[in-house]
Design a protein. Structure first.
Length: 143
């Protein structure tokens, strides 16, 4: 236990550590980036077209960034066949239901809609490439 404390103390003193991004290999990174910009208020903060169509997308507030790329050096997961509990990412929104029809019209599909006992609402979608994501309105925000 004391070694964990000393590592945490060292990290706090010596290193700044903040979540920078997560990355996913997708079938068409350029088209996917454009879709998330158009329909989910993401913004492209960096694009590296060659060799793998890498795009870094930041959320509306610039707090979280995801990297999407199409890299044949690693297998692209079969996102449509995977359960969203295996992998998904989520957006905090004020009214998920109000955005549902817009996203479905843009090619997303609804996987599940949950209204939790505490009043939270979570809608899980698959984007047009089958990658799962959620729109969440929580009574007690995560961050």
């Amino acid at each position: 236990m004391s070694s964990m404390f000393s590592v945490a103390k060292l990290l706090k003193k010596e290193m700044f550590m903040q979540f920078e991004h997560f990355g996913i290999n997708v079938p068409d990174a350029k088209a996917m980036a454009e879709w998330y910009v158009k329909y989910c208020n993401m913004k492209i903060v960096r694009a590296v077209p060659k060799p793998h169509q890498t795009h870094f997308l930041a959320d509306e507030k610039g707090k979280v960034c995801m990297e999407i790329y199409t890299n044949p050096n690693a297998a692209i997961p079969d996102y449509p066949s995977e359960h969203p509990l295996r992998f998904h990412f989520a957006f905090a929104v004020s009214n998920p239901a109000a955005l549902k029809d817009k996203l479905v019209a843009a090619g997303a599909t609804v996987f599940e809609e949950l209204n939790l006992d505490d009043g939270s609402c979570i809608i899980t979608f698959r984007d047009p490439w089958g990658v799962p994501f959620q729109l969440c309105n929580r009574t007690k925000p995560m961050i």
